[in-house]
Design a binder for this molecule. Structure first.
Ligand code: HEM
Length: 84
């Protein structure tokens, strides 16, 4: 099964057209590195185990305000001695 290709106008945080954010590629690259670095070293979980209901924020969806999470250092990163 082939994956559908998305046009640049289906992902709205950076808008589209002539005024599309020029920092788009850099910002996405940076976010992927930060997320991968954090997830490689910490296990994140919800404090409250109830299902999370996304809320509307402008045109997009976001986590509800006050959603609390706890980050626990992954054992493998302790053994390797790597730090964020
Ligand atoms: C999560 C990160 C970012 C988001 C969500 C974001 C979002 C946006 C949005 C919505 C616009 C307005 C587009 C419009 O007027 O239609 C914009 C414009 C712009 N952004 Fe970003 N941006 C981000 C990061 C960055 C970064 C890292 C840079 C520079 C290194 C940057 C530089 C600019 C510039 C210069 C404009 C004005 C473009 C123009 O007026 O033609 N942005 N950004």
């Amino acid at each position: 099964m082939s994956k559908r290709q998305f046009s640049p106008y289906e992902y709205l945080p950076f808008r589209g057209g002539n005024r599309r954010c020029i920092g788009l590629a850099f910002a996405q690259y940076e976010m992927k590195i930060v997320l991968a670095t954090v997830l490689a070293q910490y296990q994140v979980s919800l404090v409250n185990k109830l299902p999370v209901r996304p809320v509307r924020r402008g045109l997009t969806l976001a986590a509800p305000a006050g959603m609390r999470m706890v980050a626990t250092r992954q054992l493998i990163s302790v053994i390797r001695g790597t730090r964020v």
